[in-house]
Write a protein that binds this ligand. Structure first.
Ligand SMILES: [Zn+2]
Length: 268
């Protein structure tokens, strides 16, 4: 049995679900930014307590409401008055909007959309941790791998989900290994590429949408580098953007580009 509810069968329920998605997105962003921050500092990320970075005062539940606490306290610490950077607020609003947008575009509540939402949370944590440390923490990568395994049981076509995912994951691993080898010989020094984030992302996309994910990641990289004027940027955030984009829009893009135009008709 495949569980699925068509969102637009009832307008009231659709609006309610989309608003709730925004709230849950903000709550999960608050949790995952905190977890990523603790992973980066080597703190216990489940049992640790949040505290002000300036005065060290432990934060109460009242200080930790996503978005609302920041606005109510006018972006300052309740205890010492120090300004709190708006970084967390921005991520809470962004993930809230991403959650709401994902459900609105997908138009149904089913295992695939829940899987995308879980991935969005884990990708945010992974990206923040990598931007802070320059490395993708194994804990986040393992959580993403476990998500893929757990959701296999809920997919309509389990065999296709597993085979496509593993094939794409192996293919990208071989390609990135070859790219690293080629770059090493061209530059005459060892170039290392962390293959793990590529391998776990491709498990979710499979082969065809995987290509959409990689192209979207490259385009996102070009846009971000042009805007920020940086010459380098962490790979995982780009890969996360590409993967989420491909999971939401990939099938429709492939459908529109190849199948509707008849380019692939000869092969199918
Ligand atoms: Zn303080």
């Amino acid at each position: 049995m495949v569980l699925s509810y068509n969102l637009y069968d009832n307008t009231f329920i659709a609006v309610y679900v989309i608003v709730m998605a925004f709230i849950f997105g903000a709550i999960f962003a608050s949790f995952i930014t905190c977890a990523a921050w603790r992973v980066v500092r080597g703190e216990d990320w489940i049992h640790g307590h949040s505290h002000c970075d300036t005065c060290g005062h432990e934060l109460s539940t009242m200080d930790l409401f996503p978005i609302i606490s920041y606005i109510a306290l006018k972006g300052k610490c309740r205890y010492c008055g120090a300004k709190v950077p708006p970084r967390d607020l921005i991520f809470e609003i962004a993930l809230g909007l991403l959650f709401a947008g994902t459900i609105a575009v997908h138009g149904a509540i089913d295992p695939l959309v829940i899987e995308i939402l879980v991935l969005e949370v884990l990708f945010l944590g992974l990206s923040l941790a990598e931007m802070d440390t320059g490395k993708a923490p194994s804990g986040f990568l393992l959580s993403i791998l476990i998500t893929w395994i757990l959701f296999a049981g809920f997919m309509a076509d389990v065999r296709h989900y597993v085979l496509e995912g593993v094939a794409a994951s192996l293919a990208i691993s071989v390609i990135m290994y070859a790219v690293a080898k080629l770059m090493s010989s061209a530059r005459k020094q060892k170039v290392e590429i962390d293959i793990r984030p590529f391998a776990v992302c491709m498990l979710f996309t499979g082969l065809d949408t995987g290509v959409v994910a990689l192209i979207a990641a490259c385009l996102a990289g070009i846009v971000i580098m042009l805007i920020s004027r940086k010459k380098t940027f962490a790979v995982t955030p780009l890969l996360s953007i590409g993967t989420v984009f491909a999971l939401i829009f990939g099938e429709s893009i492939i459908q529109a580009l190849f199948i509707n135009t008849g380019i692939l008709t000869g092969f199918i």
